[in-house]
Design a protein around this ligand. Structure first.
Ligand SMILES: NC(=O)C1=CN([C@@H]2O[C@H](COP(=O)(O)OP(=O)(O)OC[C@H]3O[C@@H](n4cnc5c(N)ncnc54)[C@H](O)[C@@H]3O)[C@@H](O)[C@H]2O)C=CC1
Ligand SMILES: O=CCc1c[nH]c2ccccc12
Length: 275
């Protein structure tokens, strides 16, 4: 089983470039079997969150796995409700771990009266206490990232955002700011051109590239995102899709193909689709 390559974050920690998500279809569900299947298939990076309401089942799968904690990359996210410290410790307890690799503020709207600045200061304290190796944000706009940069002592290591060819050009200012501060972008919703906006300009381009590389359109979208230097967070309950996702590691797109996907994406989602 080939090991998943890593990217080095701005704090020196290494993050596997593909992660298995426990939200979307697994939200509010027992995720144990799906996480166990992903770990057995070779995923070592698990993306959890307080609001997915399934951290205990994720923890059960981690506990049952033959994979040592030191070989796992575990993320969870602050979802509001209580203070950052309270919710973080509840997450640790549910996940059955003593620390995580990455803790994110899940959404700028989840920070309540403490505000973005107050929540970030609390997240920084968790890192200083050695309870999370890296810290970051999710669904933050460029203006919201700038507020963290202006108020914080620590630069976020990650911003996890919805990212696919149809919204890539709209992220220009955010991606430039993240790049300037070496903030790694994590992509969710990368398969939106297949799952939510089929039949648009991107479809024919990724189908044609898939034929050339003897792969699938989903694999082309993953490779496109990896070519942009982002970490891909995806999910599935299907063994064949897990194998399909991990097989991207041995595929290659040319610069011309990446540019062709950019151009098709910039034409926008089809009328029936979702950006
Ligand atoms: N930070 C945030 O606010 C958010 C984070 N996430 C994280 O990202 C993870 C992945 O998010 P998604 O948007 O679900 O990822 P995704 O865009 O990779 O889609 C995965 C879904 O596509 C389906 N799929 C795969 N290949 C397909 C094909 N050829 N045809 C049709 N369907 C296909 C899979 O079965 C799965 O349900 C979540 O589980 C969660 O961990 C997701 C949403 C928001
Ligand atoms: O983790 C994902 C939660 C979520 C689901 N849909 C959206 C849309 C925008 C931000 C977060 C989410």
């Amino acid at each position: 089983m080939p090991s998943i390559p890593t990217i080095t974050l701005n704090d020196g920690a290494k993050i596997p470039v593909i992660g298995f998500g426990t939200g979307t279809a697994l939200r509010d569900k027992d995720a144990a079997a799906s996480v166990e299947q992903a770990l057995k298939s070779g995923f070592t990076h698990i993306d959890a969150a307080q609001i997915y309401n399934n951290e205990s089942s994720v923890g059960a799968a981690l506990g049952a796995s033959a994979v040592d904690r030191s070989q796992l990359y575990l993320t969870t996210k602050y979802g509001g409700g209580g203070t950052v410290s309270e919710e973080f410790h509840t997450s640790l307890s549910k996940l059955g771990v003593t620390s995580v690799d990455l803790y994110l503020i899940h959404h700028p709207q989840f920070v309540d009266k403490q505000g973005i600045e107050g929540a970030w200061a609390d997240v920084e304290k968790l890192q200083a206490a050695g309870l999370t190796t890296s810290i970051g944000v999710s669904n933050f706009s460029a203006a919201e990232v700038q507020r963290v940069l202006d108020s914080g002592k620590v630069t976020p290591s990650v911003n996890q955002i919805r990212f696919h060819p149809y919204n890539y050009s709209s992220h220009k200012a955010l991606l430039e700011l993240c790049s300037k501060h070496s903030i790694v972008v994590e992509a969710f919703g990368i398969l939106a051109p297949i799952t939510q906006s089929p039949g648009g300009a991107v479809t024919s381009v990724i189908e044609s590239i898939a034929k050339r590389i003897n792969g699938t359109p989903a694999q082309v979208l993953f490779k496109w995102a990896l070519a942009k230097g982002v970490v891909v967070i995806t999910t599935t309950n299907s063994q064949s899709r897990l194998d399909e996702y991990l097989a991207v590691l041995s595929l290659h797109l040319t610069e011309t193909e990446v540019a062709a996907i950019d151009e098709a994406g910039a034409l926008g989602v089809p009328a029936s689709g979702k950006a």
